[in-house]
Design a protein around this ligand. Structure first.
Ligand code: R5P
Length: 295
């Protein structure tokens, strides 16, 4: 059987190239673009017959990326691809995981249902699992691989931050913050966060904390930046030096990145699950090493 082929969606060309290189696989050629009226155009130029196809996507701000993905996956199957493995390092639509108010669409479940029907395998990094404890509860694709960036983040902190104190924003974050702290050989604290709205949170920090340490805020994602900005303000007011902000996924809605720096972050660092200038932690080898199990 022919070797698997790696296709890159726009915005994830570098990650796709890195993954292909690490797996010693070739990159496929496809044209993915938008017509002037925003409809999507997809053309697959490589021979995909009887091949496993690895699609490397960026699904941040997902709505206009979903249709091209579906067109790509369905066309690959029509053209004879054997199996389609989707690498979506950032998996969107994970937060609306229940009906909070009557009549709401539970988008996490609906999105999972459609995505699962398009691909044979899904590889992702630190999906936002809150009330759903594992991805396979909602994703029915034949193979689902959930990877964790904690070790990579810990290594980055260990190498780059002197005397760090790892800070998790809320109880939910303890699962990965504790692992990051262990790997970075650092202590950690977990704060209390109450979300009052999309752009409003209240953060409480414990009274006794060692302010001589470098605070490192670690979260799975930075969306509007509200959570980290509120925490930065509290830490600075308590006598800490400017914190380093680290997230797996940097969505940076609006001016979130600039807002974080302006609020006093010393540095904002993310994994390359979503392409951004803050990417300093490379997850391509994590993906390449583990995806092998799927083919
Ligand atoms: C919340 O549950 C997540 O772990 C993040 O803390 C949250 O999504 C960050 O969002 P924002 O940057 O908008 O505060």
């Amino acid at each position: 059987m022919a070797e698997p082929l790696v296709f890159a969606f726009p915005e994830q060309e570098i990650l796709a190239k890195n993954i292909a290189e690490k797996l010693q696989l070739a990159l496929g050629v496809a044209e993915i673009r938008y017509f002037p009226d925003d409809e999507s155009y997809v053309r697959i130029c490589s021979d995909v017959r009887n091949r496993t196809i690895i699609l490397v996507t960026d699904l941040a701000h997902p709505n206009h990326k979903i249709l091209p993905l579906m067109f790509m996956a369905e066309t690959l199957k029509e053209l004879g691809a054997n199996r389609i493995i989707l690498v979506a390092p950032y998996l969107p639509y994970m937060r609306q995981d229940k009906r909070f108010n009557s009549g709401e669409a539970v988008s996490a479940i609906l999105f999972a249902k459609y995505l699962s029907s398009w691909v044979d395998g899904l590889v992702t990094v630190d999906p936002h699992l809150h009330r759903i404890d594992r991805l396979t509860t909602i994703y029915s694709a034949p193979a689902v691989l959930t990877l964790h960036a904690a070790e990579k983040i810990a290594a980055w902190i260990y190498q780059n931050v002197p005397s760090p104190l790892i800070i998790g924003p809320d109880a939910e974050s303890e699962q990965w913050v504790s692992e990051v702290a262990r790997g970075a050989k650092a202590e950690y604290v977990i704060l209390e966060k109450i979300r009052l709205g999309d752009r409003e949170v209240r953060v409480s920090i414990p009274k006794i904390m060692d302010t001589s340490k470098t605070p490192v805020l670690v979260d799975d994602m930075i969306s509007t930046g509200t959570s980290m900005i509120a925490t930065i303000k509290k830490l600075l007011a308590s006598g800490f030096q400017s914190p380093v902000c680290v997230a797996v996924h940097g969505l940076f809605c609006g001016h979130a990145y600039q807002d974080l720096l302006q609020a006093g972050a010393k540095q904002v660092v993310t994994c390359n699950t979503i392409a951004h200038s803050s990417n300093q932690i490379d997850v391509s080898d994590l993906i390449a090493k583990n995806i092998k199990d799927l083919f």
